[in-house]
Design a protein. Structure first.
Lengths: 496, 310
């Protein structure tokens, strides 16, 4: 049976922001639909309305011509709309089976049989009796999908499902989604990743600032056209000019080793490299191969032997991050909300955390609030952070804005070297572009960058030299022009 | 010296009797905490139960009305807590502490007229079987209905949490109220009910003290048992069976240290009085060391307010 889902004139207004502005859309089963938009474009609000989590201010939803009143998630479930949230809705300490039985009316035995047959059909293999916290992100997502499938849904909504998955898991997910679609389930796929839209979907609806911008078939689109629709302006294709060959060495790492006591960390073995002024060294690798340890050693979170790190003719291996900043190094860690900023603190307070010597943020132990605020306003305007309220708690900034703030905070001291770790992780196209432009500008000012990233495209775009980290060891350092993504892929897999 | 075997039985029975209020209050609080609510008002709810039970017994003369009235009083005072923390989203810790202070104060005020009034005798069950089996007889028989209820409660609680759908829902709410809400579970309702249940059990524990254990009203007669009950829940890592063990150790040491003081053992009295607290905590910490199990049984959202936004 065909399923037809129609959203008609849906509006949802929050104080100070129109999340959905008169959105109308129509979906038919047998196709996979992409709902594309930047962070904050209103996609998540729209699907939360479809799943009953948020009640719209205006507008109607029709499933097969029936007007649905979705006042709670329960209503959506009863009407055969299943949703897999971006942040999993699982109970970590309960077993997989308990997670599944909790909203089912079936008996234990019959439910178990049903789950087994679903897992067999789609080739899932998950132990039902272990607690969810022992599962990988990909497995957790499968549990969420099974939870939807138990109810034989007509509509399955996936909210940014690949943000936590590895590439292997992503391709498995795509296979399953195609299979569901063939079986007549209407699939709505929310994402800001353009590649995935092109790979998976049949039709795409683009949203921007709460409004529906366009609906079109994938075969009439390409990555550039979608990116432009999503951002609402013509994106410049960024191209890095080749750096002037400089032989002025800035940082040199010699025989650096790190052995961790934590069995889940990677040991670093015999790390040797150097970076010249005006250069960007990219470090590629599959996540978990020692990148985080390398970042910590370079930033001084992990202290190493004094002579291992030579920066600007000083030996600084035994200095902590604050002391390294005095030598004009700057750091942008991977986890923006856990490591780089304190989510509950205001923007200007987070700015003050980078308390460099010449800042005058503190006088005789007292906080010089005016100075900090002035400084924060400068960062916000120089780095295009989309807010004018420096009293805002930093947890309310979107990922892109927070990253801009962090990079701005680090760069305001005009450091000689910026070390960043996955700086565009989880950001939308517009923000990624901005960060990339900023990084290129740094190189043009004859400053250096060490870019540790899992995104190969980003590395090829920005780096002058590239090395690959695998199981805590660095490959030899290559010139970026001589490297292809295939070659990087091979090295990342550990083949020499 | 010949030790009468029935005397040992009597000591064990008295240890069990002193454990009853701890088991009742802890098992109630355990359900509350498993739903993610930290109610530090146990002591206050217990003492309200104690005075309500005793007052109703004296006024109405009915033990049944008194027992259920005490539970109802516990429910009513915990409703205040539930309304404040769940509807007005106040801080759990501060509200719970206020509840205890409130309970102690109001019970002293109501209790003024009941000081010095003798209590009534509470009927015991299976009294005639007491002497049929040596040692076991005095342990198993001749106790009040509340006593038997208390010793089955940890098992019922354990079964409820592990095997029933509602128990699963309680655990789910305590694990992640956001997920539960997105699954269509009414988090606020579940938490309200768990708080009220905890109130009822604390009320019953209080009534046991003032009507059965020492049948009279003395101001502040709970004497910190509510706090011990709270500690038992945490140190048992939210496991009802371990609560039973902990309550028995605590009750046992309390009784034994009295006897030791009476015999005149040369250990400072202060140390003897502190002994039950120290040993109970040490034992529970030692038997609950498995960090994986702690992670699995600790309600992740404990003490955090949940506010659903639309």
């Amino acid at each position: 049976m065909n399923t037809n889902l129609k959203i008609s004139n849906v509006t949802k207004i929050y104080p100070g922001c129109v999340a959905n502005d008169n959105v109308s859309l129509e979906f038919n089963s047998g196709k996979i639909y992409a709902l594309l938009g930047e962070n904050g474009a209103g996609k998540s609000t729209l699907v939360k309305i479809l799943s009953g989590v948020i009640i719209p201010d205006e507008g109607e939803i029709y499933l097969n011509k029936n007007n649905l009143k979705l006042n709670s998630p329960l209503d959506a479930k009863k009407n055969d709309i299943g949703m897999v949230f971006q942040h999993f809705n699982l109970f970590e300490t309960l077993s997989v089976f308990e997670n599944l039985i909790i909203d089912s009316d079936e008996q234990r035995e019959s439910l178990r049989e049903k789950i087994d047959s679903i897992m067999k059909k789609y080739n899932f293999s998950i132990d039902l009796d272990i607690p969810v916290l022992n599962l990988s992100a990909g497995q957790k997502q499968k549990v969420e999908i099974i939870r939807c499938l138990i109810r034989n849904p007509k509509v399955l909504i996936m909210d940014e499902p690949t943000s936590v998955l590895t590439e292997q898991e992503t391709s498995e997910l795509f296979l399953s989604l195609k299979k569901f679609s063939e079986e007549g389930i209407l699939i709505i796929y929310i994402t800001h990743k353009l590649k995935e839209v092109m790979q998976l979907c049949d039709e795409v609806a683009v949203m921007r600032r709460g409004k529906l911008v366009s609906v079109s078939e994938i075969k009439n689109e390409n990555i550039e056209s979608l990116a432009n629709k999503m951002v609402g302006q013509n994106l410049k294709t960024i191209k890095k000019k080749k750096a002037k060959t400089s032989s002025d060495q800035l940082i040199k790492i010699t025989n650096l080793n790190f052995t961790s006591e934590d069995p889940f960390e990677t040991n670093l073995m015999d790390i040797n490299f150097s970076v010249n002024r005006g250069e960007c060294l990219g470090i590629a690798g599959i996540s978990g191969n020692g990148q985080s340890e390398l970042f910590q050693v370079l930033s001084g979170e992990i202290i190493s032997d004094k002579n291992c790190i030579e920066f600007n003719n000083n030996y600084i291996g035994d200095l902590d991050p604050q002391e390294r900043r005095e030598y004009l190094m700057a750091f942008s860690p991977e986890d923006r909300l856990e490591q780089a900023a304190i989510p509950q603190m205001k923007i200007f307070e987070n700015v003050a955390l980078n308390n460099f010597k010449s800042s005058n943020f503190f006088n005789n132990g007292l906080i010089n609030e005016n100075k900090i605020k002035e400084h924060s306003k400068k960062i916000i305007s120089d780095f295009n952070v989309n807010t004018d309220n420096i009293e805002l708690k930093s947890q309310f900034l979107s990922g892109g804005n927070l990253q801009k703030l962090i990079i701005g905070r680090e760069l305001i001291t005009s450091p000689d070297l910026l070390i960043c770790f996955n700086p565009t992780w989880g950001l939308d196209v517009g923000a990624i572009n901005y960060i990339h432009e900023t990084l290129i500008k740094i190189n043009e000012q004859n400053k250096s960058i060490i870019l540790i990233s899992t995104d190969t495209d980003e590395l090829l775009k920005l780096s002058d030299k590239i090395s690959v980290i695998h199981k805590g060891k660095l490959s030899k350092i290559m010139n970026a022009e001589e490297v292809t993504s295939e070659k990087l892929g091979i090295l990342m897999g550990g083949v020499n | 010296m010949i030790i009468d075997i029935n005397f040992i039985g009597l000591i064990i029975a008295s240890i069990m009797a002193s454990a009853v209020p701890l088991i009742l209050a802890s098992c109630g609080e355990l359900i509350t905490e498993r739903s993610g609510v930290l109610n530090l008002g146990v002591e206050g709810m217990m003492i309200i139960g104690a005075i309500s039970g005793f007052a109703l017994m004296t006024v109405t003369g009915s033990l049944i009305i008194a027992i259920f009235g005490a539970m109802l009083a516990g429910v009513l005072i915990s409703t205040i807590f539930a309304f404040l923390t769940q509807t007005l989203i106040t801080n759990h810790v501060a509200t719970g502490l206020a509840l205890t202070i409130f309970g102690i104060g109001i019970s002293a005020m109501i209790g003024k007229n009941f000081v010095g009034i003798p209590g009534k005798e509470f009927p015991v069950l299976f009294e005639n079987l007491k002497d049929t089996i040596p040692l076991i007889g005095p342990i198993l028989f001749g106790h009040s209905i509340v006593f038997y209820f208390a010793f089955t409660l940890p098992f019922i609680t354990s079964y409820f949490l592990k095997k029933t759908k509602i128990g699963l829902i309680v655990r789910a709410v305590g694990d992640s109220p956001e997920s539960a809400s997105n699954q269509g579970i009414n988090v606020r309702l579940v938490r309200y009910l768990c708080i009220l249940y905890g109130g009822a059990m604390s009320g019953l524990a209080g009534a046991y003290l003032s009507m059965i254990y020492t049948p009279q009203w003395i101001e502040n007669m709970t004497g910190g048992r509510g706090w011990i009950a709270l500690a038992l829940v945490v140190f048992s890592t939210w496991n009802p069976i371990k609560i039973l063990i902990g309550a028995m150790i605590f009750g046992g040491l309390t009784i034994i240290q009295f006897h030791m003081q009476a015999i005149g053992v040369r250990i400072p009295v202060q140390f003897l009085t502190a002994l039950p607290y120290i040993v109970t905590i040490i034992v529970l910490v030692v038997i609950s060391r498995d960090s994986r199990k702690i992670r699995l049984s600790t309600p992740s959202s404990l003490g955090k307010s949940f506010h659903k936004d639309n």
